[in-house]
Design a binder for this molecule. Structure first.
Ligand code: GP9
Ligand code: MN
Length: 416
């Protein structure tokens, strides 16, 4: 059964567990006000790829430079929090600052719920909102969910010229995808919020030989071996996209947010991964491998840095609203602004693992985050109170989704 009482209980819980100063305004508050937001969800891109080389060739030269540039803020301890719904889970987390479900994909199972999603909020603020993704529009039930959460346009595969020359693997290659998207982007009212979802760097990481500009890795895993070639391809396609945005006159008035959706290399490949990393992939390392890129590129900004705070996909919605200078006082979110000093003290992964300032917890084991050493007895007890909060968070988020509890909550009434 579901009624309005549990939502008040959750509202109280979120208020009590949120930082002392949830509305803390940083120097970055409103820095992107009235600018376009170009959000790029980068398929299967894991942060361990940064600054790697294969036979002397950099895997991601463009992104490496971008990470260290003055106009980019990078969070290097940013975790994906997805489960079975993969890309769609990452989209759901970003749009709602709720956790995905432990089983199934929310995009399929609860596409009809009430939400207070990012595109709806931005619509009300006068943004045109859209998604670009050159796959079948019903994949992950996107067409239905997007409609529900307020995207104005969905440019799916029907919007693209897909030929044998420009497609392989999952479909249209990313370089052609970005190139063909520019005209649609230009046709939009400004300011816009547009999400791009890439596809080429997707399992099984297939790439025609003549399109590869880096060697394969050499291990017992064909998957890991191929992974670097499509990662390099992604890097090249992003570099071209930035150039195309400049040529189209869209770059200066936009911020570009780059995010990895989830891992591409599963634990099935741990032996090869251990060989590549030069260390055994312990459960602790397995958690650390769930880091994906999160970079905010602000043309004209000159205070760029690499931030070390522990953050995750759950924090993206409040963070974007902060950058855009939009106050959502009545919102119910499980994440918070990444730039705030005062933050919740953990990032929960969907399987109940978590990362905090001092600990990494997974499979009922507590590790020292800075050394990776497994803690025992008294030392391991530090994980327990955080684990309780993690489970409570996941439980309440699940209840909101399963009970469609936002039906009983008036987001506007709680606006101040
Ligand atoms: C499909 C693409 C990939 O359209 O987003 O989905 P994934 O398998 O990564 O969830
Ligand atoms: Mn994906």
């Amino acid at each position: 059964f579901a009624d309005g009482s549990e939502i008040s209980e959750i509202e109280t819980y979120l208020e009590e567990t949120s930082p002392d100063n949830p509305d803390e305004k940083t120097d970055l508050y409103g820095i992107a006000e009235d600018k376009n937001v170009i959000f790029v969800s980068i398929e299967s891109f894991q942060s361990f790829l940064f600054d790697t080389k294969i036979n002397g060739t950099e895997t991601t030269p463009f992104l490496n430079d971008l990470r260290h540039s003055d106009d980019t803020i990078t969070f290097e301890n940013f975790y994906h929090q997805t489960a079975q719904g993969k890309t769609s889970d990452s989209e759901f987390i970003v749009e709602n600052s709720l956790y995905p479900l432990g089983r199934g994909a929310v995009y399929f199972t609860h596409a009809g719920n009430e939400y207070n999603a990012l595109p709806e909020i931005l619509n009300e603020e006068g943004y045109e909102t859209s998604v670009f993704h050159a796959n079948n529009g019903s994949f992950w039930n996107r067409d239905v969910m997007y409609d529900n959460i307020g995207y104005d346009e969905f440019y799916d595969e029907k919007s693209y010229q897909i030929t044998p020359e420009n497609s392989f693997g999952w479909g249209l290659e990313d370089k052609a995808f970005f190139e063909q998207s520019i005209k649609y982007l230009q046709s939009q009212e400004q300011p816009f919020y547009s999400k791009f979802i890439t596809l080429t760097h997707h399992f099984p990481f297939e790439l025609p030989e003549e399109k590869a500009n880096i060697d394969q890795y050499d291990s017992n895993s064909n998957t890991l071996n191929a992974f670097f070639q499509t990662a390099r391809y992604t890097d090249e396609s992003l570099e071209l996209f930035f150039q195309q945005l400049k040529n189209a006159g869209l770059y200066e008035d936009s911020i570009i947010v780059l995010m990895g959706d989830h891992y591409g290399i599963s634990d099935f490949h741990n032996k090869a991964m251990g060989q590549f990393l030069g260390k055994e992939v312990t459960p602790y390392e397995q958690v650390q491998l769930q880091r994906v890129p999160f970079m905010v590129h602000i043309p004209g900004y000159d205070d760029g840095e690499i931030k070390e705070k522990v953050v995750g996909q759950i924090d993206v919605k409040p963070t974007l609203l902060h950058l855009l200078g939009i106050e959502e006082n009545g919102d119910m979110t499980f994440g918070g602004n990444m730039f705030a000093e005062d933050r919740k003290d953990f990032i929960a992964l969907r399987d109940g693992s978590f990362i905090s300032e001092n600990y990494v917890y997974t499979n009922e084991l507590c590790y020292d985050r800075s050394t990776g050493e497994q803690l025992t007895d008294e030392a391991a007890k530090g994980c327990l109170p955080i684990k309780e909060k993690v489970d409570q968070d996941l439980h309440y988020s699940d209840n909101i989704i399963y009970g469609d509890l936002f039906r009983f909550y008036d987001f506007n009434e709680n606006e101040e």
